[in-house]
Design a protein around this ligand. Structure first.
Ligand SMILES: [Zn+2]
Length: 362
């Protein structure tokens, strides 16, 4: 993983604190002025990826539930019971609609896992509504954070949540995030307070990389420039640096297949050696998909890459009951990419771009 990691300051039994929030001064100022007692029932945070929409939503929830906040909206203490539970991901008062939450809601509703993507269905919407009816454990508001709301396309989900947003009740707060606000129905948007998250300044990204992630200054500057306003992308690039091309290709292929909602970074090819490197990339991708297929078939063959067994298994779980057929499609696409890279003059980076589209839609 990343070569550079924050030094561990906290004793091991304590979860590591969140990195401080970066940028978005007008959003912070807006909430400072509104204050914790006059919040709307629902906010819609939109803007490009990696600019802090989800992080801000989580910190806002923590500060609301904190017993000794120093300020609002970012001043949670990090040490009281509610803060520690929130950092450990076990706050009963904040629900974050993660992939795990969606799978759990499906399971509780007795639905077998066969969802192609990890976008929420009606089972998740119903579970959100029932959890939000409960009384806050920490004594404050119940907060529901829904990342990537622009991926929700199901009318049933829309209708269920619309009803929830239409009947404002004190004690509930919804925080929705989206990269593409135009994909969210106006009926939802009009019931929320819409706030735009801007691209981050290069200097803010570089500063955060140096101060919170131990990156040397020149390296941080370069990463910040490439990240085009997205701290999330800069951190993803940083994480990828410690991996060999083979490892990053393997992780890339599994991410394309297992979590098509996200767009992972394609493995970096150098300008001089792209034609040799793409062979390595396709080899990593092929081994990863082949191992996933071995698992999906329940075969007792030895995995080719036991080190990645966990990520292969997760990809298979996400693919659901149809995993084997889809992984075979994935292998076919990788073989086709090899043929194109071998036999044509199409630039290697374009071949990977094509393969990424195929793998995300098998
Ligand atoms: Zn606290």
């Amino acid at each position: 993983m990343a070569k550079t990691k924050e030094p561990q300051q906290a004793p091991p039994e304590r979860p590591a604190p969140l990195a401080p929030f970066v940028g978005q001064p007008s959003i912070v100022e807006y909430f400072r002025r509104v204050g914790p007692d006059d919040l709307a029932q629902a906010y819609f945070f939109w803007g490009q990826r990696g600019v802090g929409k989800l992080t801000f939503a989580k910190i806002l929830a923590m500060t609301l539930h904190c017993e000794r906040p120093s300020s609002f909206p970012l001043g949670y203490c990090g040490e009281c019971g509610p803060c520690l539970r929130a950092v450990a991901g076990s706050s009963g008062d904040t629900i974050v609609i993660s992939d795990e939450f969606i799978r759990e809601a499906d399971r509780l509703a007795g639905k077998s896992i066969e969802r192609k993507t990890d976008v929420m269905g009606i089972e998740t919407a119903r579970r959100i509504i029932s959890l939000m009816e409960m009384h806050s454990y920490e004594g404050g508001r119940m907060v529901c954070i829904v990342p990537n709301f622009d991926f929700v396309t199901n009318d049933l989900v829309y209708n269920a949540l619309l009803k929830e947003l239409e009947e404002p009740k004190p004690g509930k707060l919804f925080l929705l995030t989206a990269e593409r606000p135009d994909r969210v129905l106006p009926t939802i948007r009009s019931r929320t307070t819409s706030l735009r998250f801007d691209a981050l300044a290069e200097s803010d990204i570089a500063k955060a990389l140096v101060e919170h992630h131990g990156v040397p200054a020149d390296r941080a500057k370069l990463l910040a420039r490439r990240a085009q306003g997205s701290l999330g992308d800069a951190l993803a690039a940083l994480e990828g640096e410690g991996l060999s091309l083979y490892e990053s290709s393997r992780d890339w292929a599994l991410a394309c297949i297992g979590a098509p909602k996200r767009i992972p970074q394609t493995p970096p090819l150098s300008r001089e050696n792209a034609r040799t490197e793409i062979v390595e990339v396709l080899r990593g991708a092929r081994l990863a998909v082949r191992d996933a297929l071995t698992l999906a078939l329940g075969s007792h063959d030895r995995l080719l890459d036991a080190e990645a067994a966990r990520s292969s298994r997760e990809a298979v779980e996400r693919l659901g009951s149809d995993a084997a057929r889809r992984l075979v499609n994935g292998l076919t696409a990788i073989n086709e990419a090899s043929r194109i890279a071998d036999e044509t003059n199409i630039p290697p980076a374009s071949v990977l771009g094509w393969l990424q589209v195929q793998l995300r839609s098998i």
